[in-house]
Ligand binder design. Structure first.
Ligand code: ADP
Length: 424
């Protein structure tokens, strides 16, 4: 079977979110970091390419997205999704509108939807207005976002400012009546000359009906929620098997380690709990700044202990300690010193035979993934909401590696302890 769905995500964690959603909906999914040079991986139903294009200048975002589209077309994808944040994060110039229009032109299609709704995460759309919980988008914290402040909750207006084509609304009157009514509304909008429909959605059921109504659109745009309804379209056409285990990962063995560079509240509790029972090595940023060889010390320490069970290497510290370090070193210097050291330690641990690795922290994960030369991940079972196990895609074999990349505030206190049992 060829790849069915090709997705282009405008940031890394958004890509993971979407990939996890597709796996839960029964599609075997890989997440690729940037546009790959090589051929598509085998045995996948959906591919999500993670770009970092949300806040780039629009022409750059367009160019990268088009390159991703061309690669996904060559991989044989039948339908495409442009994925952005469920709060429609965009700058005044875009990039949602310009990227969507460029993708439509490349695909030769003149109509698509824009639906960032994700009711399970309290993002709903009614009469074209996006709500974050009980607040309008423009009254939520997003109005103060440092890079993409959202000061208008009316998505028809917001998108219209970013595109040349006309934007219309498929409102709840249609959505509440199901897929056929939504399709009819799309036709009516097209007849009025609209090229985009903002689509209302307040429940998961709405997203499923919208998904069904989009079965013949070459490309849709939206958040990760909108992907909920897409797999069923492929099943209905006999293109997608009912995989019992779309989240099955190739077996990984090897030693186990946790690396934590996150100082978020949830991570503090997770580090404290694991340190009660497992060997733990703390990284002191001031030692790093003095030029001590902390990386070798950590690896020598780990080499003596890894064979007896999971080890923890962490820089995680209380806000007071972090402030003291930052006052000495500066925020950015402290951050990059710690990130680089943890990334080197990750590489060293893999050399020591670690085959199952948990990394805590968004930036920390980025640094580790880069140091390990990871270009793609197969998405596996969820450990806690939003954090799946993955395995690193490797061309030409090599030691298999399972990675769990946990952003700061995700996961229950026993995350580092319980995660291993979800691996085969
Ligand atoms: P989160 O996902 O929790 O935000 P990140 O990894 O994205 O975690 O960010 C944490 C940042 O804090 C990283 O840049 C990391 O290097 C830095 N950091 C970690 N520990 C310390 C520390 N003890 N002192 C100063 N900075 C630290």
């Amino acid at each position: 079977m060829t790849v069915l769905l090709g997705c282009i995500a405008d940031d890394f964690t958004g890509a993971t979110d979407l990939a996890g959603m597709l796996v839960k909906a029964g599609m075997r999914t890989v997440q690729l970091i940037g546009v790959p040079a090589g051929p598509p991986p085998q045995d996948v139903d959906a591919i999500v390419i993670a770009l970092k294009s949300r806040t780039n200048p629009a022409p750059e975002a367009v160019e990268e997205s088009l390159a991703a589209l061309r690669w996904l077309q060559q991989a044989g994808c039948r339908q495409f999704q442009f994925k952005y944040c469920s709060t429609f994060d965009s700058t005044a110039r875009g990039n949602i509108g310009p990227v969507a229009e460029a993708l439509m032109e490349a695909l030769g299609t003149d109509f698509t939807i824009a639906c960032p709704a994700f009711p399970a995460n309290n993002r709903t759309i009614y009469k074209g207005y996006l709500f974050v919980g009980d607040e309008l988008l423009s009254e939520s914290g997003m109005r103060n976002h440092p890079l993409t402040p959202m000061t208008d909750a009316n998505l028809v207006r917001v998108l219209q400012q970013q595109v040349a084509g006309k934007v219309g609304l498929a409102d709840y009157k249609a959505v509440g009546q199901g897929a056929q009514a939504i399709k009819a509304r799309f036709e009516a909008l097209k007849a009025e000359g609209a090229r985009f429909a903002i689509v209302d959605a307040v429940t998961n059921r709405d997203l499923e009906e919208i998904g069904a109504a989009c079965d013949d659109l070459p490309m849709i745009t939206g958040g990760s929620g909108i992907a909920l309804g897409l797999p069923e379209n492929f099943r209905r056409r006999g293109l997608l098997a009912r995989h019992d285990a779309a989240d099955a990962l190739p077996a990984t063995g090897g030693l186990r380690a946790v690396i934590s560079g996150s100082c978020s509240v949830a991570t503090q509790a997770q580090v404290a709990l694991m340190a009660e029972t497992a060997p733990a090595f703390v990284i002191d940023p001031l030692q790093l700044a003095r030029g001590d060889d902390v990386v070798s010390a950590a690896l020598d320490w780990a080499a003596d202990r890894l064979s007896r069970g999971p080890v923890l290497v962490y820089a995680t510290a209380t806000p007071e300690k972090v402030r003291t370090v930052q006052a000495h070193l500066g925020v950015e210097h402290a951050g990059s010193l710690v990130e680089n050291a943890l990334a080197d330690i990750a590489r060293g641990l893999v050399k020591l035979g670690v085959g199952q690795l948990i990394v805590a922290g968004g930036e920390t994960s980025g640094a580790v993934v880069k140091a390990l030369g990871v270009t793609g991940l197969r998405i596996g079972p969820e450990i806690d909401p939003g954090v799946p196990w993955t395995t690193v895609l490797k061309e030409g074999g090599g030691q298999p590696l399972a990675l769990a990349l946990k952003s700061g505030n995700f996961g229950s206190p026993d995350f580092f302890v319980k995660a291993w049992s979800k691996l085969a």
